[in-house]
Ligand binder design. Structure first.
Ligand code: FCX
Length: 435
């Protein structure tokens, strides 16, 4: 076994004991009240989930194991001459709460290389998918195809395992899934957009660098872009659609492949992960209609027209955040360091100044500021990855890190099947009605 599993075996009993103690001391304390509005309104600010690896603050944004985005960028391992954090190191942190040593980091990297091969059946499956399918659908389908290899499913099916062992089998599946997902995703890209001309993995590269390479983008800067991208999108606490779906499906003891395929389906919604493709579409439409060097006034009008048409401004707003998403800032700073005079990058920066004041004038919008999706696609577009339908797949490769770390811990903590209650209109009227 690798060093991460060894470390998890040390940690699991310690954290299980901590959880028992917390429940004993605080188990009956009230976390929050729930109003009828909250039950109907998508459970905003209902704290009814336990999800240990990250926490979202409305003002300051995401922390993963208590570290914010600039801290992660500073403390996690980087590639030689690189500035961006490496996802292998982040996964260690998400699983253990500690930054990995060089040896521990290298061990995860090595393990993913060893587990990453796709067998010929899987490759044939991907290459047989209809090219008209959306790349997110292809990814979800391939994760389901890989489910045949689930060690958890097989052991459970044969009645071989009991509850204390579940997490170890989830761990094995999670590590396999993470090792394979860049290869699967790159193959989907090459199949759909590049005549099926597959690029073999380069085992000298790191996980994210290799993904860039297999997509067909070999500049150091593109690798750096993906290293950062795959790190900052990894986890965004438990309540967002992809994380919550994965967590919920996993709670029924559906294995990591089934669980994450479900999470990917949620990520494919335009109000969630698909927003990054929508941003590109929206910016390109704006440029097509208004040309280059668009004035601030024209952008304002375009925003208002989009809203009048009953559409949302993609990349702006958030269910939890109330200020600019620090992940947006991370990408903006990346662009400032690496990219000079790209029209779409410049337009994105201009939109950042112009759009929030316009959205503020529309009373119902709770958060006028940009989220991560407002910037991510523009970077990929700059580097030549212009098939924007594909962008959410890159998000999905990243989100797998957070979802898998949390899924392993959900089983290690022995969390039960998730089953909140629901209410009906009649129930509300009868409970709160006058008579
Ligand atoms: N453009 C236009 N209208 C917006 C808006 C935007 N960017 N953001 C919110 N609104 C509207 C909502 O549609 C809602 O209108 P309604 O009452 O007529 O249905 C109203 O303002 C109140 O919504 P609000 O409470 O501010 O936001 P929600 O928590 O309901 O929704 C999302 C949050 C993110 C879904 C919403 O802001 C949105 O649709 N943004 C655009 C899509 C997007 O960027 N999604 C990515 C989010 C995230 F980063 C991710 O998951 O990846």
């Amino acid at each position: 076994h690798g060093l991460l599993k060894k470390r998890m075996r040390e940690l699991v009993p310690v954290k299980q004991a901590l959880l028992r103690d917390v429940r004993k001391r605080y188990g009956s304390k009230e976390v929050c009240k729930v109003t009828v509005d909250q039950a109907i309104g998508g459970m905003r600010n209902v704290f009814g989930l336990f999800y240990d690896a990250s926490l979202l603050d409305a003002k300051t944004g995401i922390t993963m194991r208590d570290y914010n985005i600039p801290e992660l960028q500073e403390y996690l391992q980087k590639a030689e001459n690189g500035h961006e954090p490496l996802p292998e190191a982040l996964f260690w942190l998400l699983c253990t709460g500690d930054f990995p040593s060089e040896q521990e980091f290298a061990d995860v990297q090595q393990e993913w290389k060893q587990r990453g091969q796709l067998d010929s059946e899987t490759q044939r499956f991907i290459l047989s998918l209809p090219k008209t399918a959306h790349p997110m659908t292809m990814l979800s389908q391939t994760l389901l195809f890989l489910q045949k290899d689930s060690q958890f499913f097989q052991a459970y099916d044969q009645g071989k395992i009991s509850k204390p062992q579940y997490w170890e089998y989830f761990y094995e599946d999670a590590m396999d899934l993470l090792a394979k997902i860049p290869r699967v995703s790159a193959m989907i890209y090459r199949h759909k957009y590049k005549n099926g001309e597959i690029i073999q993995a380069d085992d000298n590269l790191d996980w994210a660098g290799n993904y860039a390479h297999m997509l067909g983008y070999n500049k150091f800067e593109v690798r750096e872009c993906l290293r950062g991208y795959l790190s900052i999108h990894a986890d965004h606490e438990g309540g967002n659609v992809s994380a919550h779906t994965t967590h919920l499906v996993g709670s029924a003891l559906a294995d990591p492949y089934l669980s994450y395929s479900a999470g990917v389906n949620g990520l494919a919604g335009p109000l969630h992960g698909l927003a990054n493709q929508e941003v590109l579409k929206w910016l390109l439409e704006m440029r097509e209609e208004l040309g280059d060097n668009i004035s601030n006034e024209k952008i304002q009008d375009y925003v208002l027209t989009t809203i009048r048409e009953g559409r949302v401004i993609p990349g702006y707003g958030h269910a939890v955040l109330r200020y600019t998403d620090p992940r947006f800032i991370h990408q903006k700073e990346f662009a400032a360091r690496h990219i000079k005079d790209d029209p779409l990058v410049n337009l994105t920066a201009q939109c950042y100044h112009v759009i929030p004041p316009v959205l503020k004038t529309i009373g119902k919008i709770q958060n006028p500021w940009p989220n991560v999706d407002a910037h991510s696609g523009v970077l990929l577009y700059h580097y030549g990855l212009r098939e924007f339908q594909y962008y959410t797949v890159v998000f999905a490769v990243s989100r797998a890190l957070g979802c898998m770390a949390n899924l392993i811990w959900s089983r290690a903590f022995g969390l039960p099947i998730e089953r909140p209650g629901s209410i009906t209109l009649r129930w509300i009227e009868e409970k709160f009605g006058e008579n």
